[in-house]
Design a binder for this molecule. Sequence first.
Ligand code: BGC
Length: 755
Amino acid sequence: MSSPTAQPSHPADHERQAAQIVARLSTADKASLTTGADFWHTAAITDAGVASVMLTDGPHGIRKQRGDVDALGINDSVPAVCFPPAVAMASSFDPELIERVGDALGRECLAEDVSVILGPGVNIKRSLLGGRNFEYLSEDPHLTGRIGAALIRGIQQHGVGTSVKHFAVNNQEHERLRVSADVDPRPLHEIYLRAFEHIVATARPWTVMASYNKINGVYATESSWLLTETLRRRWGFDGLVVSDWMAVDNRVAALAAGVDLEMPSSGDLGPAAVREAIADGDLSSEVLDDAASRVVALALAAEANRVSGATYDREAHHRLAREVARRCAVLLKNDPVGGEALLPLGHGARVAVIGEFARTPRFQGGGSSKINPFRLDAALDEMQAIADDGAISFAPGFVVGATESDPDLHDTAVATAAGAEIAVVFLGLGDDDESEGFDRSSWTLPEPQLALLRAVLAVNPRTVVVLSNGGVVDLAEIDEAPAVLESWLLGQAGGGAVAELLYGLADPSGRLAETIPHRIEDSPAFLDFPGEQLHVRYGEGVFVGYRWYDARRIPVRYPFGHGLSYTTFDFGDLEVSATGDALRVQVRVTNTGRRAGRAVGQVYVGLDSSRVARPPRELKAIGVADLEPGGTTVLDLDIPESELAYWDRDLDDWVVEAGRYRVEVGASSRDIRVRTTVDVDGDGAGRAIRLGRSATVGEVLEHPTAGPVVRSAVAATMGVEDLDPTMLMLVSSFPIRRVAPMLGLDDERLRDLLN
Ligand code: BGC
C-alpha cells in the first residue's frame, strides 16, 4: 500500500518547464494538445516528452473504463470501492471524515494509474427534482464548500488531481446542453459560485470542469467572465479548465474564454478550427500557448507523482465505506409507541424485514458516476448477522420499478409484518427514477410501495421505515410510521451501516443537508423549474433551500440540519467575539442522554439591519463532538469575517457590512438552542457605495462621512438651520444631481461636496 506522496507536485509547479516545452512545439502540436486523444485521455507528444494523462469519472469511487470497452459503456468499469455518493457524504456534516474518503480515492487512483478523478460535483441543489441531486452535496454553499474541499484535499495529497464540477450554475438536467440559467449577481455569487470559490481558494483543485449550460445567455464554456475573469483572475485559480464531455459548442470561442482542454476528443475538428483561427489572426497565439502549457503541466505533474506498482487495501476501504455510511444516514424520527421508541432494535426482537431494497440495495445513482463495486452488502444479511437466530423474517413486498402492486408479494409481506413484533420496511427509488440526464417528474415514491406501507401500518403500527433515495421524496405517507431512517444512497457497504444503526451498534449522527418540505409547491424553485423555451429563471434569488422556507416562514416537514441520535444534547454558554478578521464562536455542548453519541453543532448568522434582502439565517460553521453520556466539551469555531459578506452588484464585489449580527447555534436550522449578537465593524467597502453624482439625496445624507457635511452645506446655502424633514422625505429618492439646483447647489459645488 502506498502512503501519501511526501510533497506531491501540483500542475502549477511545472508551469515554467511546460512553457519551455510548448515554446518548441508547432501550432499543430499545440492545438492537438488542447483536445482529448480519446474519451478519457489527453494527447501525448512523445518526442517532446509529453505523456498522455487519464481522467476518470468519480467521485464516490473510481469509474475507470477498461480500454477494450466502448467509451460510453457505463457498467463495465474496473471494480472499485463504491463509497457513499455525495448526497450522503454531505449528511455527515464532517469534513474530516470526507477527507479520509478522499485519501482512499487518491490511493485507488494511484493504483489504477488514474491521474485525475472527475469530481466532486458541487452544484447547489436548487430544486427537489434535479436529476443529479444524488451527485451533489447540499442546498447550502457553506456545507457544500467544506465537504467538497475536504474530499479534494484528501485525494490531491496523493498527487492525483480532481476536477471540481460542473462550473457553473448547472442545477438541472432538463435541456442541460442548451438551457440558459438566468440568475442575478447576488445569487450567482452568494449561492451558486460560493462553494467553488471556497474550494479554489482552500483546496487548489488541479482542474475545474466547465459545464454544459449557458449562464445569462452565454455558454459556460464560452464565458471569459466566468472562466478567466472570475475563476482565474479574481480567485487565483492556477490549474486547468476542462470542458464537460462534449460541452464545447465552438472550440475557438471556448479556448479564448478559458477552456484549456476540450474533452473528449473531437477528432481533428477542434484542432483544425484552432489552427485556422491562429492562421487568420482570430485567436491570439498566447491563448493557445497558455492552454497547451496547462495541459503539459498537468501531464508533467501526473508523471512526477506516478507511483509504479501502487496498491491499495480494498478491505480497509470497504470498512471505511461502512464507517462513512454509518455517519451519513439520518434518523428523521423515532417516536415512542406504547411509551417506548422502536429504535434501536433489540437483538432478540422478532423483526419482519419488508421490501426488496433490504435484499437488493439501491446504493448509488445512475449515469457517469456509477461505480462498479467489488462487493455489495445487503441490509437483510447484515441484520441477520446481528440479530438472534431466527429473529428475522423477510418478504420483498414489491418489485423495484413496478408501477402496479404484485398481489402475491404484497399480501405475503403484509402477513409477515402482522406476525412480527416490529416491521422494518425498506422503501426507495429505483434506478430508473433518478439518474444523470433527466430530472425527476415527481417526488413521490412508487404507489405499490406506499400501498404496502399503508397495509403494513394497518396490521402492525410498530413499523420502522428505511429509505433509499438520492433525491428528497414526499414523506407525507411515510411519516405515518413512528420511526424513519433516511439512508439516502450509502454505497457498497451501506447495508452493514444500516443494520448497525437499526440495532444501535452505532449512533445515528447524519444531519439533513437539504430541507424536506411538506409540499413540493412550497419549494423555492417550484414555479421556475425547469424553465421554458431554453431559459430557466432563478426567480427565488438568494432564497434557496432553508433560506427560502425561513424567510417566508413556511412550515417544513424536516428542516435543514435535522437529524436525531439515540441520545440527546444540550447547547449552552455561547460566546462570540469579533477578532477583526473573524468571529470566534465558543459553545458548550453536553451529552444529556444515556448513550454515547455525536453532537453536530451548527452556527447560523443573520443581519437584520442589512441594506440588502438577506435570508434570516445562513450556516457559517459546523462542529462535531463525540461525547460519552454526561460528557461535555466546548466547540471552538472560527468564522472568517469575509463569510459575512453579501455580493454588491454596484461595486461588483463582496461587502462586509457593519452591524449587529445575530449568531445562533442549533441542532438544526429550526432548532436554535442559543443565540447572541456581535457587533462587526465591516470592511468599509459598503460606505463608499453610490456616492457618485447619481446617488440619491437619501443615500448621500445617510452616509456617515458625507451625510453631515452635505447636510450642513445645503442648510447654509438655503439659509436655514437644518433641513425640513418632510421636504427631505419627499426628495430622498431623487438623484442628488437632479435636485441640486433646488438645494442651491451648482454642479461644481456638488462635485466638491461629494469628493
Ligand atoms: C458528465 C460529467 C462526467 C462526464 C464524463 C458528463 O456527461 O456531466 O459529470 O464527468 O460526462 O463521463
